[in-house]
Write a protein that binds this ligand. Structure first.
Ligand code: AMP
Ligand code: GLY
Length: 420
């Protein structure tokens, strides 16, 4: 029996901890720093690499890294130097997410389908470029900005204002020292996530996120307001295309460039005229995609994490999934992704039925009670035999969870329904 340390504090990490604790090989799952829903919390920051490695060493842990910040800071390299078992990509591999410019140049030199783009650090030149082209653009900060450094523009004026926000006002700090201006592709988005050991990549179940704050994809981008799995948008044909033309090509090209990619590789895909384009890479599970995907797993996730680390995924049985749909609705604090209040007591957890799991994100526990403690607070996730029934199950569950500043989208999963 081993102990597992899951690093992170979001809904993704609660879902990973929950699933890993079901493994017959796992004794105790610790979560650092965790949230009001996770057990055995270790109060260490996700970027406190010294503290985390000391804890893992002392408690004989296999470590699973949830979020991008510690990966970009080189946690996997550090743990490897100390001979500690750790699941996730190295700092060099994490560049696929930590620098959007690195990722775009990587895709360009390896013929991986993505929107055409230019890079700027001079606002004047960026403005001139925008005025010289005749298509709509998306302006992106180069570095990590918690999913918020991307501005989708409808006009030259919006693009110029986005350039100012990132390069002049420095709203995203040093993450915005350089920007990408890329062609806006209007299509349908899906998340495609695979588990790799550096050579092979096993696809996870398909999923679709809902990035905007309001129904019908209105308002600013967020970390993600809900997700469901599987999504009919990713047909068998399309999945094959993405697996071969994006995922395997990426893993092999990374290897050719001397970087072994181990961990979750997440491609944010835009599908237009049946063709997939990579909008972004993430080097970790998606949040909230992780919650519905985890609910459908019929396998021991711990075994696959070990195989990813050991480079033995090719000898593992293929992944098996519950033949059901799972829908996760994020309950957020009113005002997110802008300013919002916290510390509201949350009630109703006792009345949740068996087909539903409430994953915590921005919560904390005090005297046995749960309080809101962040923007995305809970991820209510339900199974159902059809997408329709999973949606009605999840929305009846969300009604039961009560606090004064609760907000959620009402249309999670709706886009998938038109495919049946
Ligand atoms: P990213 O973090 O790069 O995935 O961007 C966040 C969101 O912005 C995506 O999920 C899309 O909704 C949108 N987006 C990014 N790039 C593009 C693009 N080239 N065309 C249209 N929408 C985009
Ligand atoms: N749900 C999008 C992300 O995890 O980046």
């Amino acid at each position: 029996m081993v102990n597992v340390l899951v690093i992170g504090s979001g809904g993704r990490e609660h879902a990973l901890s929950w699933k890993l604790s079901q493994s017959s090989k796992v004794e105790t799952v610790y979560t650092a720093p965790g949230n009001g829903g996770t057990k055995n919390n270790v109060l260490l920051d996700v970027t406190d690499l010294d503290g985390l490695s000391e804890f893992a060493q002392k408690n004989n842990c296999f470590t699973v890294v949830g979020p991008e910040d510690p990966l970009a800071a080189g946690i996997v390299d550090k743990f490897n130097e100390l001979n500690l078992k750790v699941f996730g990509p190295s700092q060099a591999a994490a560049q696929l997410e930590s620098s959007k410019i690195w990722a775009k140049n990587f895709m360009k030199r390896n013929n991986i389908p993505t929107a055409r783009f230019e890079i700027f650090d001079d606002p004047q030149k960026a403005e001139e470029y925008v005025k010289s082209i005749d298509y709509n653009v998306v302006v992106k900060a180069d570095g990590l900005a918690a999913g918020k450094g991307v501005i989708v523009c409808n006009s030259d004026d919006e693009a110029i204002s986005a350039i100012h926000t990132i390069l002049v006002k420095k709203t995203f700090g040093d993450a915005g020292n350089k920007i990408i201006i890329e062609e806006r592709i209007d299509g349908i988005e899906a998340s495609y996530i695979a588990l790799s050991d550096g050579d092979v990549a096993l696809p996870m179940a398909s999923s679709q996120d809902h990035k905007r704050i309001f129904d019908d994809d209105e308002g600013p981008n967020t970390g993600g307001m809900g997700a469901y799995s599987p999504t009919p948008i990713v047909t068998t044909d399309l999945a094959k295309k993405i697996q071969e033309e994006v995922i395997e090509k990426t893993i092999h090209a990374m290897k050719n460039e001397g970087i072994s990619f181990k961990g979750f590789l997440y491609a944010g895909i835009m599908i237009k005229d049946g063709k997939p384009y990579v909008l972004e890479y993430n080097v970790r599970m998606g949040d909230p995609e992780c919650q519905p995907i985890t609910m459908r797993m019929n396998f021991d996730l711990y075994d696959y994490f070990v195989a990813s680390v050991d480079g033995t995924l090719s000898s593992m049985p293929s992944l098996s999934w519950k033949d059901q749909f799972a829908v996760c609705v994020v309950l957020a604090s009113n005002g997110y992704p802008g300013t919002y209040s916290t510390n509201d007591e949350i009630n109703g957890f006792d009345s949740i039925s068996n087909n539903t799991h409430v994953f915590h994100a921005g919560t904390k526990k005090h005297d046995g009670k749960i309080f809101s403690n962040g923007g995305r607070v809970l991820g209510v996730t339900s199974l159902g035999d059809s997408l329709d029934s999973a949606i009605s199950n999840v929305y009846s569950a969300t009604e039961k969870i009560i606090w004064s500043n609760k907000y959620c989208r009402k249309d999670i999963g709706k886009k998938g329904l038109s495919y049946f």
